[in-house]
Write a protein that binds this ligand. Structure first.
Ligand code: ADP
Ligand code: MG
Length: 465
């Protein structure tokens, strides 16, 4: 493998653009800027793609936060890849292969012959979970105490209490964290229990692969032999009928055998549009626990806890209070802000002052302050694409009009706190599923087409200022 020459062509570069685009959309701008912008592509060596970051710290962050995701995105883009490698230091194609971290391709925990392989299983288990997403690291406050208690209860229980446990809440509020915490906890209490955690997106990906390779028996076995199944972001399979069908059967099989199922979603089971009615109702049968946006106390608590994990970097209390006060959107953004402050303090080697924090986070803070209206968004987008403002609310379906309208919906979703039905009303009384479809469409186009993504981002920036 070491002797393979590095290959870097426009195909690989295009794939890289799409991978980056996706990560950017998923992680948010703050995290992307701080940690992923410095990630660069060296090329493909044999069946591995080689990327590079400037420092070991950054590598740790990238590997722990999105190693698996990077791996999946790359493998989804390029069939010939089986692993990713991240190197540290300046690009030097012939540099000795230090710092190589391969990731296993198949994260499934049961081998395809159906027999469990404990070592492979343990590897796969650890690879699918973030080591920092534990109960110890989860800060409890008013807005998440119920979900936390429910998760703790499921993790502690020797028999199934509520099935399924359904956790829901907005993005970046700790759903994935709680799910990983359950998995770590169950495994440490009872190492023999088979726990499988997976995003709904990955579930679908595996299902489709199984269909393609006529391997559905192994697929079914893999899922139906676990003690605890956790599927994250279930809303992803909304509208994906055959995947839903398969999931429904898997779900029923497990519940019938009295195995624990834990599901997360961005809204409650009854609000999951695009889900079959029987699945929706089944999802609501157990315990449904929601997580609300963190209040000031919790935000400060989280910042203090996280800052405390870096004893060699001092962040003054007033800076933490300032952040807790200003960054109200979600915990992920809050962490992103703190990470930036920490990185800066580490770099310059002295504590961050309030002034420099403000300067450092100017874009983020502005984003929090903005109060742009849907009308402003419609106007700006109409102007940009040279269509009439009236067409934002008209019934016309030509792409030249429908696409800008979808972009405006997407921006309304991102930049305002309006709900989908509210947004639909402002676009000529459209249904919220139409809005959802529009938002998804724009996200897909952005992920696949950098020029399009740039256009939309430009609009977003103009609306922010
Ligand atoms: P979600 O899955 O709901 O979108 P995540 O679980 O990925 O959100 O959480 C986003 C980030 O915020 C993670 O890094 C997570 O560790 C952190 N986080 C969220 N809630 C808490 C909390 N209560 N205590 C500590 N960290 C939290
Ligand atoms: Mg999540």
């Amino acid at each position: 493998m070491a002797s393979d020459p590095l290959k870097l062509d426009t195909d690989v570069e295009d794939q890289w653009k799409r991978v980056r685009g996706r990560l950017r959309a998923e992680l948010g701008e703050a995290a992307f800027k701080t940690w992923l912008r410095p990630l660069s592509l060296d090329g493909v060596s044999g069946s591995e793609v080689v990327m590079r970051v400037p420092s070991g710290n950054m590598k740790d962050w990238v590997m722990s936060r999105c190693g698996e995701r990077l791996h999946d995105l790359w493998c989804g883009e390029n069939d010939s890849l089986t692993g990713i490698t991240i190197k540290v230091g300046k690009t030097e194609r012939r540099q000795a292969r230090r710092e190589v971290t391969p990731i296993k391709r198949d994260l499934g925990m049961v081998r395809h012959d159906g027999g469990a392989d404990p070592a492979a299983e343990a590897d796969a288990f650890a690879a699918s979970l973030d080591p920092r997403f534990t109960f110890e690291n989860f800060v409890v406050g008013k807005t998440n105490e119920f979900a936390h208690a429910a998760a703790q209860r499921v993790a502690d229980a020797d028999s199934v209490t509520f099935n399924p446990l359904f956790l829901y809440g907005g993005v970046g509020l700790g759903k994935t964290h709680l799910m990983h915490a359950i998995a770590w906890h169950v495994r440490s209490r009872k190492p023999g229990r088979r726990v499988l955690y997976m995003s709904a997106e990955k579930f679908m990906y595996k299902f489709i692969r199984a269909l393609r390779y006529k391997d559905t028996m192994a697929f079914k076995d893999q899922f139906r032999s676990v003690d605890v199944l956790m599927i994250d972001d279930i809303q992803f399979i909304a509208g994906k009928d055959s995947t839903q069908e398969e999931f429904f059967h898997t779900f029923n099989a497990l519940v019938d055998q009295n195995r624990q199922v834990v599901i997360s979603g961005d809204r409650s089971p009854s609000d999951l549009d695009g889900m079959e009615e029987r699945l929706r109702s089944r999802l609501g049968w157990g315990l449904v626990a929601d997580i609300h946006p963190a209040d000031y106390e919790l935000r400060l608590g989280i910042l203090q806890t996280k800052a405390g994990q870096f004893p060699d970097v001092v962040v003054p209390q007033r800076v933490l209070e300032f952040l807790a006060h200003k960054i109200t959107s979600n915990v992920r953004e809050l962490e992103g802000a703190l990470n930036r402050v920490l990185a800066h303090a580490q770099l310059v080697g002295r504590p961050v002052s309030l002034d420099s924090a403000q300067e450092l986070l100017r874009d983020l803070l502005r984003a929090q302050d903005r109060r742009v209206t849907i009308e402003e968004i419609q106007k700006k987008v109409a102007e940009h694409f040279n269509i009439r403002m009236a067409d934002m609310v008209s019934a016309r379906k030509q792409r030249a009009i429908a696409r800008p309208r979808q972009i405006a919906m997407y921006l309304a979703k991102r930049l305002t706190s309006r709900s989908l039905p509210e947004i639909g009303r402002k676009f000529g009384g459209r249904d919220h599923t139409t809005v959802m479809h529009g938002v998804k469409k724009v996200e897909e186009l952005m992920a696949g087409d950098p020029a399009f993504a740039e256009d939309v981002e430009l609009l977003e920036r103009m609306l922010e200022t």
